[in-house]
Design a binder for this molecule. Structure first.
Ligand code: FBP
Length: 551
C-alpha cells in the first residue's frame, strides 16, 4: 500500500504513556462499588462481578516476572472512532512488554468474528502499518449484539482453541454493557476468561467521574469544527445562505455543543435542553425564525444552524412516538418487511395509540418513513438516517413565508444542508486521541496481567500533561442502571447526556444570544499534528471546561 507523506511521518510518532505505566506496575485496590442506580436488580444479575473495587496502577519497585506467556483476543465493536488502531498497538506493546511470547488475536468485523470464529493474529509487522492511523480497518468492526449464551459459548470455543486468557471489547456503552454480561457469564460457568472493555465512541456519551471521555470524540469534533469553520467563512463571504448542519452523536448533543464552542455559529440546538424545556417542533422552528428575522433586519440573510443528530427523539411528543414505534416495529418487523412504503405507514399507524397515530400521520411522509426504518441491533432508532436538517429548514421556510405575508419578515431565505458524521469517524487521531488510545490499550494489557475481569480500562486526569494521567480500571457494573430496551427492562451502562448544569452547556448558553444576533464565527482550521503544544495537544473544550479550565 502506497503511503502519503503525512502517513509516513506520522507512523513514527511515539504516543505518550502516563508515567505510572512507563515502568512495572502494581494494582492499588479502592473501596467496593455500587451501581449508579437500581442496585438490587444489578447485583442480582451480576452476582460475580458486582461491587468490585475501583483499581489504580502504581509504580512497582519489586516487579514479579510473569513466567507463563498468554494470549489475548480483541473485538472492535460498533461505529468507527479515531484512535482504534492505537488501542490495538497499545495492547500489543503492553503484552510484549510483559512477555515477548504473548500473542494478540483480532476477531474480524466485530462481535460476529468472535461468534463465527473468524480471526487473525496481529503481529508486529501488521501493527506497524496501522500505528497512529484512523479507522478500524486493521480487523474491521461490526454491530452484531453479543447478548445470548449460545454466542458466548460459541466464542468460548475459539478462545479455548487459541488459548486466549482475556478478551478486550473496544466499544461504546452498549458494547461495554455486553462486555460486562460476558464477564459475568464466563465467571459464572468457571470458563477462566477475563473480559475488559475500552471506552470508544465519537458521541462522547460514555463518560462519568472515572471515564472522563470516550476516545474519538476529540478528533471527530475537530474535523467537524474545521469544516463548519470553512462553511462559516463561505457563508460570511457570499452572505446568501443559511446552512443547516446536522452533526452525528446519536442521542447526546455533546458533538454539536463542542463544535458550537469551537466555531461560534448563530444557532446550536441542544436536544437535552429541548427535552428539559418540553419544547415542541413548533417552538424550535419559531426560535430559528426569530433569529433569522432579527438578522434580516440588520441586512444579514445568512447564518449557520447546528443540529444534533438525535434532536427529534428529545422533542417530548416525538419521544413518546419513537418509544412506541420501537416496540411496534420490534413486534411486527417480519410483517412490515413485506409491505410497500405506503402500506407500511398505514399498518404502523393502525398499531399506534391514538395520540401517537395522530402525530405520526401529521409528519411529512419522508420523515415518517425514516422513523419507521429497521432498528439497529441494540433496538435503537437509526437517528443518522433521519433528515432533521431538511425537516427544520422546510418548516422554517414555510413559517417565514407566513411571517412575510403578515408583514413580520422581509428578508430572503435560502438553505443549504449538510450532515457531518462519517467524515470524522476515521480521521487520523489528534495527538490527544493518539496518546489517550495508546494508553487505554497499554493499560488494558496491564489489567489483564493483574487478573481482573468485568472492568473498563480507565485513564484519567486528561487535561493535565500525559505523564500525569492516572491509569486503572473501573468495574463496569458500577456504571449500570436498568433501562427499557426492545420492550424489556435490561441492565445497561447509563448514557451521559449533556448536563444542563455543566460548564460546557452554561458557557455556550451565556454566549448564545450574542452569537445569534451578530456574526462572530470562529475558524479552528485543520487538526495539527506537528507544532506548538497549544495547537497540537489541546484537548476538547468540553473536557477543559468540565475540568474547571477556561477556554
Ligand atoms: P457508536 O456508538 O457505535 O460509537 O456509533 C457512533 C455513531 O457514529 C453515531 O454517532 C451514529 O448515530 C451511528 O454511529 C451511525 O451508525 P452506522 O455506523 O451504523 O451508520
Amino acid at each position: 500500500m502506497k503511503k502519503s507523506a503525512l502517513q509516513k511521518v506520522r507512523a513514527d510518532y511515539q504516543p505518550k504513556l502516563p508515567k505510572t505505566l512507563q515502568g512495572s506496575v502494581k494494582l492499588k485496590m479502592g473501596a467496593p462499588t455500587e451501581s449508579v442506580a437500581n442496585q438490587d436488580e444489578i447485583k442480582a444479575l451480576f452476582p460475580h462481578t458486582y461491587g468490585l473495587p475501583v483499581v489504580e496502577f502504581e509504580h512497582d519497585d519489586n516487579p514479579v516476572r510473569v513466567e507463563e506467556p498468554f494470549n489475548v483476543g480483541i473485538i472492535l465493536s460498533g461505529g468507527q472512532a479515531p484512535g482504534g488502531h492505537n488501542v490495538v498497538s497499545g495492547i500489543f506493546d503492553g503484552l510484549k512488554k510483559l512477555n515477548k511470547e504473548n500473542r494478540l488475536y483480532g476477531f474480524l468485523m466485530g462481535p460476529a468474528g468472535f461468534i463465527n470464529h473468524q480471526y487473525m493474529e496481529l503481529t508486529a509487522g501488521i501493527i506497524k502499518d496501522y500505528r497512529n492511523t484512523g479507522g478500524f480497518d486493521i480487523i474491521g468492526s461490526g454491530r452484531t449484539k453479543l447478548e445470548n449464551p449460545d454466542q458466548f459459548d460459541s466464542g468460548l470455543k475459539i478462545l479455548k482453541e487459541l488459548n486466549i486468557k482475556a478478551l478486550v471489547i473496544i466499544g461504546g456503552d452498549d458494547s461495554n454493557t455486553n462486555a460486562a454480561v460476558l464477564a459475568e457469564y464466563y465467571k459464572n460457568i468457571g470458563a477462566d476468561i477475563q473480559v475488559i472493555g475500552v471506552p470508544k465512541t465519537i458521541d462522547g456519551d460514555l463518560k462519568n467521574e472515572w471515564i472522563e471521555t470516550s476516545f474519538g470524540f476529540d478528533t471527530a469534533c475537530k474535523v467537524y469544527s474545521e469544516v463548519i469553520g470553512n462553511i462559516q467563512r463561505d457563508c460570511n463571504s457570499a452572505k446568501k445562505y443559511y446552512h443547516f448542519i446536522k452533526l452525528m452523536g446519536r442521542s447526546a448533543s455533546h458533538i454539536a455543543l463542542e463544535c458550537a464552542l469551537e466555531t461560534q455559529p448563530n444557532i446550536c440546538l441542544i436536544s437535552e435542553e429541548v427535552l428539559a424545556k418540553k419544547m415542541t417542533l413548533d417552538n424550535i422552528v419559531n426560535y430559528i425564525c426569530y433569529v433569522i428575522s432579527e438578522r434580516a433586519k440588520m441586512g444579514w440573510n445568512f447564518g449557520t444552524v447546528l443540529i444534533p443528530e438525535g434532536l427529534i427523539e428529545f422533542i417530548p411528543s416525538m419521544k413518546d412516538l419513537i418509544a412506541e414505534l420501537n416496540d411496534v416495529i420490534e413486534a411486527n418487523q417480519a410483517e412490515l418487511d413485506l409491505l410497500t412504503p405506503d402500506e407500511k405507514l398505514e399498518k404502523i399507524q393502525g398499531l399506534l395509540s391514538p395520540a401517537n397515530a395522530e402525530l405520526y400521520a401529521s409528519l411529512p411522509k419522508g420523515i415518517a418513513l425514516q422513523l419507521s426504518l429497521e432498528r439497529d441491533s441494540h433496538g435503537n432508532v437509526q437517528v443518522s438516517l433521519i433528515e432533521t436538517e431538511s425537516l427544520l429548514s422546510e418548516m422554517v421556510a414555510k413559517r417565514l413565508n407566513e411571517m412575510a405575508e403578515a408583514g413580520e419578515y422581509s428578508g430572503k431565505f435560502a438553505a443549504q444542508h449538510h450532515f457531518f458524521g462519517y467524515e470524522g469517524r476515521c480521521a487520523d487521531p489528534t495527538n490527544f486521541d493518539a496518546d489517550y488510545t495508546y494508553s487505554l490499550g497499554y493499560n488494558a494489557a496491564m489489567l489483564i496481567n493483574s487478573g481482573v475481569t468485568g472492568y473498563m480500562s480507565s485513564v484519567r486526569n486528561l487535561t493535565e500533561p500525559s505523564d500525569k494521567w492516572i491509569a486503572g480500571g473501573i468495574p463496569i457494573t458500577m456504571m449500570m442502571n436498568m433501562e427499557r430496551r426492545k420492550g424489556e427492562m435490561k441492565p445497561v451502562i447509563q448514557k451521559a447526556l449533556v448536563n444542563l448544569n455543566g460548564r460546557p452547556y452554561l458557557k455556550y448558553a451565556s454566549m448564545r444570544e450574542t452569537l445569534a444576533l451578530n456574526t462572530l464565527y470562529q475558524y479552528p482550521g485543520p487538526i495539527q499534528y506537528f507544532g506548538p503544544a497549544e495547537i497540537c495537544d489541546r484537548p476538547s473544550m468540553t473536557l477543559l471546561l468540565e475540568h474547571g479550565k477556561e477556554i
